[in-house]
Design a protein around this ligand. Structure first.
Ligand code: DC
Length: 229
């Protein structure tokens, strides 16, 4: 079967990863969560005190990212790829507000982006990949056969993320989650290097009022049409 590249971009908490994972499974493609890569670098920077509420040591982060080892390892029980940082599984440590509050600042550093984009291009070089992020259709794979741009209102997205965090046992307030979603939207779409924007040839997908199954079915059909062309 023909292999294509599928790029899924959009604002945070638009459900990109849920649909991307399901699509990768249905097509037997590799799934790459590029947000996890930026989050893992942020975790490292936090642990090394390179970023605090008061300061950001940009040169320190740039030096560190050159040496960091980042890769995905398949968890055989869940059949999901999990991010490893310098050989340690950090999947359980990157999806909290501590990391979310700082990740956009780390992702705005051009050298960090250059290094992660190169890794992502390598991961997808043989096609047969579903990659989600902010700049996949614009920068990482501008020639991707299928590009989607996911949107939903900030309140709907904050509500989804809030429920997820509560289910995991994190003690957060809805207002803090909404504030973080809005802050990240702002930083992600106004940064100088590769800001979040819809690629001219991406299909825009507003899922504020769409269930997961309907969303998946529609995107799956787009993909099958291109694969069978
Ligand atoms: O998808 P996510 O919320 O896990 O992403 C975390 C942050 O990483 C997000 O606020 C912006 C940044 N990011 C990015 O700049 N480029 C990507 N390709 C993926 C994520």
């Amino acid at each position: 079967m023909k292999q294509i590249t599928i790029a899924i971009d959009g604002y945070s908490s638009t459900g990109k990863s849920t649909v991307a994972k399901r699509l990768a499974k249905a097509l037997n493609y590799i799934y790459v969560d590029t947000g996890a890569m930026y989050r893992a670098v942020t975790l490292y920077a936090l642990d090394q005190n390179l970023i605090t509420d008061e300061h950001l040591d940009v040169q320190g982060v740039v030096n560190a990212v050159e040496k960091l080892k980042l890769n995905f390892v398949l968890n055989l029980d869940t059949q999901q790829g999990e991010i490893h940082l310098n050989g340690a599984n950090v999947e359980g440590k990157i999806r909290n507000l501590r990391v979310s509050r700082k990740v956009s600042k780390i992702a705005a550093i051009p050298e960090v982006r250059a290094k992660l984009v190169a890794l992502q291009q390598k991961m997808g070089e043989d096609k047969g990949v579903v990659m989600d992020g902010r700049d996949i259709g614009t920068v990482v794979f501008p020639n991707a056969e299928l590009k989607l741009f996911m949107t939903a209102s900030a309140e709907k997205r904050a509500n989804r993320r809030y429920k997820e965090l509560l289910e995991r046992g994190d003690k957060v307030s809805y207002d803090d989650v909404l504030k973080n979603v809005q802050e990240r939207d702002h930083i992600d779409s106004t940064r100088k290097t590769s800001p979040l924007k819809k690629a001219a040839d991406a299909i825009e997908f507003d899922n504020s009022d769409m269930g997961l199954d309907e969303q998946f079915e529609r995107i799956h059909q787009f993909a099958l049409r291109l694969i069978n062309k």
